[in-house]
Design a protein around this ligand. Structure first.
Ligand SMILES: *Cc1c(COP(=O)(O)O)cnc(C)c1O
Length: 410
């Protein structure tokens, strides 16, 4: 029987409110594998919006490894890692992931998770539990990913750690705060590559600061792992830094093309998280077949093929930087395959995304709270499977659309 009750009424009102503010989001159903073309309904769109930077999400060899993994290990792990769910496939994957950070984290050990969200919650809440109550502080970059923000919120609710937000382009304020901080445990938390802007965190400077003020440095390299560094090992390889205070997070559903994430840190910190990291302990282990497929993906990332894919991505980034000069839309200086065009209002971003859709492109409008109010944007991303011609065609389309939008909305 139909009935109205308060929770339902509130939900209806608030969804209507989102719609009114042009903040309602829409699910679109694809029927094709993730690649540079996406079938949505009865249309094929050219997609420049996934995080499949190396073009591995539909790679035949990895798909074969996933099927092989399912044959070998079945489909489910059946339990959390500490009960009976930790397979040899997980163990081999963790060893291989740790080897990627050899030379950057002494005594590196890796812990595999089903998602980056879970890895971040575990790392931040778990590490904060090393400190006595009310005696820890967290320094978190303002533009950090939502999963880091939520990890910080949960950790501070549990341990009463103080939280300070900082601007990653102005580190003086961070240093001033740290100078006066007498907490037993300090943690600096930062995206390696900022997910909506595409710029890099100043990890070298942050590490020097962490060392000077006895803090841990957590770097979430969700968009750098597989992409940055000659071998694709990520931002620590690119910046050639090494320290036993680094807590490195990589995710495996973006450039690695599959699913999952990991924390890599020196063995003692990982052992602590195995003992006390609640989201790790109380969650069913990822299917071992996924770990098996990921081993193949890591092999490709390090191989000549991986290097060729990264080299091609860099050619695409160069073309973008050379050929987008005509644009009056604000760009952010980015050396990564994330290239945002800042459009300002929700209306402008939605209109532009709509015109792109009509021209056969899939690039959704990114709006608050994912990005700050007034900085709604198109977040354009490249894949190694895009050709130079694909990119040039997009640039031509953007040039026509920009003219149109500026005439219409200013
Ligand atoms: C995508 C992302 C995550 C979350 O990873 P999932 O595996 O998708 O849960 C975490 N941090 C950053 C910076 C991300 O972009």
């Amino acid at each position: 029987m139909a009935s109205t009750f308060n929770a339902l009424k509130l939900a209806e009102e608030q969804i209507a409110d989102l719609d009114q503010q042009l903040l309602k989001r829409k699910l679109r159903i694809t029927t094709s594998p993730c690649d540079t073309k996406a079938v949505v309904g009865d249309r094929e769109l050219k997609a420049f919006c996934s995080n499949d930077y190396l073009g591995l999400a539909s790679h035949a060899t990895i798909a074969k490894a996933l099927a092989e993994g399912a044959q070998k290990y079945g489909v489910g792990s059946g339990a959390s890692h500490l009960i009976s769910g930790h397979s040899i496939a997980h163990e081999l994957l963790e060893k291989r992931l740790a080897s990627f950070q050899d030379g950057h984290i002494p005594k590196a050990r890796a812990l595999f998770f089903s998602t980056g969200y879970l890895a971040n919650l575990t790392a931040i809440t778990g590490l904060m539990r090393l400190a006595p109550q009310n005696n820890a502080s967290i320094y978190s970059a303002k533009l950090n990913h939502a999963s880091l923000i939520d990890g910080v919120r949960l950790a501070s609710a549990q341990t009463h750690a103080t939280v300070t937000l900082f601007d990653h382009t102005k580190l003086d304020a961070l240093i001033e705060k740290l100078k006066k901080d007498t907490s037993a445990l300090k943690l600096i938390v930062v995206d390696g590559v900022f997910s909506m802007d595409g710029d890099l965190a100043p990890v070298k400077t942050l590490l020097a600061i962490a060392e000077e003020y006895d803090a841990l440095l957590l770097v979430d390299d969700a968009h750098g792992f597989g992409v940055l560094g000659k071998q694709g090992h990520g931002i620590l390889e690119l910046e050639n830094i090494s320290s036993d205070r680094i807590i490195y997070i990589g995710t495996l559903g973006k450039a690695a093309g599959v699913s999952g994430a990991f924390i890599c840190a020196q063995d003692t910190f990982i052992e602590w998280l195995v003992q006390k990291g609640r989201p790790y302990i109380y969650s069913t282990a990822t299917p071992p077949a996924i770990a098996h497929a990921l081993l193949k993906s890591l092999e490709i990332i390090e191989s000549d093929e991986g290097q060729a894919r990264r080299a091609h991505l860099h050619r695409l980034i160069d073309i973008w930087q050379q050929e987008m000069h005509f644009s009056r839309w604000e760009k952010i200086s980015s050396c990564t395959p994330i290239q945002p065009l800042i459009l300002g209002s929700n209306a402008n971003a939605l209109l532009t995304a709509q015109l792109l859709d009509e021209a056969g492109y899939w690039i959704p409008a990114i709006r608050p709270p994912t990005v700050p109010v007034g900085s709604s944007r198109l977040r354009i991303t490249f894949s190694a499977n895009h050709s130079e011609d694909d990119l040039r065609a997009l640039i031509n389309t953007l040039q026509m659309i920009e003219q149109h939008v500026i005439e219409k909305n200013g």
